[in-house]
Ligand binder design. Structure first.
Ligand code: AMP
Length: 560
């Protein structure tokens, strides 16, 4: 994609906080503070009664008074096709709410940078296709030119590699990414515990190549779950003392949630704090120690630990093969997190960069690289004019071309062209077919989980009935053989097959994942080369489909 004009930015669209950054002309990565002067903006949207919108800290401040008009945590529902958040009597999709956050970030950045030409937006590596597409849609609704969607851990590893390069004495004005890669750790575990999601990813950096080896985590586990434990403890105590349940009032609950989140953050720095709230003329002053907080949340931390250990086992890696443990996400500031990781790994986790900004920084670096790849190479002629390609001696001078937008020094452009990033798919991708021996529907996985991207895989199936005229392939994400454990993400239909085809006629299905994780499907009936309408319809939330009465499915080919 060629960005027409304007600066390119990287955006970490977080569950609780979002951040925007860019790479300046000299190769320095900079976070852009919002209009209120803060580096991160709460992903919160307040729809006022007159339908005007407030985003960020202002929305959070309005929450205690207007809890039914303030939306938060909508990233968790991104890509859930039928989900709508009711706000003030109207319903909003997670994409629309995310678009409002993106608009605010872009508008605040434009005050500093001028026009925004394009943006890279990050998503948790755990996001499947529907959620990635929804994120892209949110960017488009916000009128942003979405250059790419990349995984948050990849972005963090890229920003970390850049920092290591600087630390080793690298020159920012040269931005030599080949050199950056050689000073970077070879295998990094990115531990990202944010506000609402938990992502753990192993990335190998070899030369200039960033490969995601494996991903894991939990889509619904983050700082908010730690807050809720404090809220529950406080409200239970309020009931015990005063006989009133604050959870019955949305206004009171919203206020307690904010107070408890502040208490949790304080406990990362201090060993003791106090939660105080007053409602209905009744007041509770509840001291809480870090140790008590850690006891209240110990099962959450155990879940985190199990995810990390399972990922290592799945990737067939031991801790001695991990060179760096990179802490990302505001919740990884909780001291218990570092302690647990140190204990199980025997290594000191790395929090050299602000965990709430590192992902946006990596996205900004990726945006800069994409922008440079899209630009023609420019050389400076002896007369000082800038030309396409290298001028040859003795030939007529090439017509002068307009200079590329002056975003980066030429040294930055040249160096960035060496970097490549690869991802893996975080979920298996398969087709629902009938298993002849079991005579039931199963998910036949075509591309297994953690396959490096881009990739293309082909599998052959047989038609289910004599004279079948149509083949309908239900495409799912998931690794389980039982379709109920998978998410249907689309359909691919071959229509108008010739009459009289025997049962078991061969249908070849090829799946192609592009480098950004989008999926393209093609199906061909092999005898007559009838090709499917290549159409991946977005549809999340798989209800079990009863195909038993249908005659348009396919079966697995029997194998000995
Ligand atoms: P992120 O979306 O990555 O910015 O993470 C936001 C989450 O980090 C929220 O749940 C915050 O409450 C939490 N958080 C931010 N700072 C701290 C801190 N110092 N200690 C504990 N949690 C924090």
């Amino acid at each position: 994609m060629v960005v027409e004009s304007g600066r390119v930015v990287g955006i970490d669209l977080g569950t609780t906080f979002s951040t925007i950054a860019y790479v300046d002309a000299g190769g320095q990565v900079r976070t852009i503070a919002n209009r209120e002067g803060a580096p991160t903006t709460p992903s919160a949207v307040f729809i006022q009664p007159d339908r005007t919108v407030r985003v960020g800290q202002e929305a959070l401040r309005a929450r205690p008074e207007h809890p039914d008009r303030v939306a938060t945590n909508f990233k968790r529902d991104m890509g859930e096709k039928y989900y709508r958040e009711p706000i003030g009597g109207k319903e909003f999709s997670p994409e629309a709410l995310s678009a409002l956050v993106l608009k605010k970030l872009a508008a605040d950045a434009a005050r500093v940078l001028g026009t925004i030409g394009g943006a890279v937006i990050t998503v948790p590596a755990y996001f499947g296709d529907a959620r990635r597409k929804a994120t892209q849609d949110a960017g488009r609704i916000a009128s942003l030119e979405v250059m790419d969607i990349i995984n948050e851990p990849t972005a963090a590893a890229l920003a970390n590699a850049f920092r290591q390069y600087l630390h080793a004495g690298g020159d920012t004005t040269k931005f030599e990414l080949a050199a950056i890669a050689t000073t970077a750790p070879s295998t990094t575990l990115v531990f990202d515990l944010g506000g609402g999601t938990f992502d753990v990813t192993i990335i190998r950096i070899e030369g200039e190549q960033f490969d995601v080896l494996a991903t894991g985590g939990e889509v619904r586990l983050g700082g908010i779950d730690f807050d809720i434990r404090l809220v529950t403890a406080f409200c239970d105590e309020f009931v015990r003392r005063h006989g009133v349940d604050l959870r019955d009032s949305p206004e009171a609950l919203a206020e307690i949630q904010s107070i408890c989140e502040m208490a949790k953050i304080t406990l990362s720095d201090r060993t003791q704090t106090v939660i105080v709230a007053e409602r209905y003329g009744k007041r509770l002053h509840m001291p809480i120690s870090r140790r008590q907080f850690e006891e209240l949340t110990s099962d959450l931390l155990t879940r985190v630990q199990i995810s990390v250990e399972t990922l290592l086992e799945d990737a067939l890696l031991s801790w001695d093969r991990i060179d760096d443990i990179l802490l990302v996400g505001g919740s990884s500031r909780m001291p218990r997190v570092s302690e647990m990781l140190s204990r199980i790994s025997g290594k000191k986790p790395n929090m050299d960069q602000a965990p709430d900004e590192i992902v946006a920084h990596g996205a900004a670096i990726h945006a800069a690289i994409l922008h440079m790849h899209a630009q023609p190479t420019v050389s400076v002629a002896p007369d000082g004019s800038r030309r396409l390609g290298t001028p040859e001696v003795g030939t007529a001078p090439e017509p002068e071309v307009p200079p590329v937008p002056d975003l980066f020094d030429q040294s930055v452009v040249d160096a960035a062209k060496h970097v490549r990033i690869t991802n893996v798919n975080s979920h298996g991708l398969g087709v629902i077919v009938r298993a002849p021996r079991e005579n039931r529907l199963v998910n036949s996985v075509v591309i297994p989980k953690n396959t490096p991207l881009p990739t293309e895989r082909v599998k052959v199936f047989g038609t289910e009935a004599v004279n079948q005229r149509i083949v309908r392939l239900r495409i799912v994400e998931g690794d389980l053989r039982d379709p109920r454990g998978c998410t249907q993400i689309g359909e691919c239909v071959i229509r108008q097959l010739p009459k009289g085809l025997p049962k078991g006629s061969l249908v070849e299905v090829s799946f192609r994942y592009d480098p950004s994780g989008r999926i393209h499907v093609r199906a061909v009936e092999l005898k007559h080369a009838t090709v499917a309408e290549v159409d991946l319809v977005r549809a999340a939330g798989f209800a079990q489909v009863d195909l038993t009465r249908r005659r348009d499915a396919v079966s697995e080919i029997e194998r000995e």
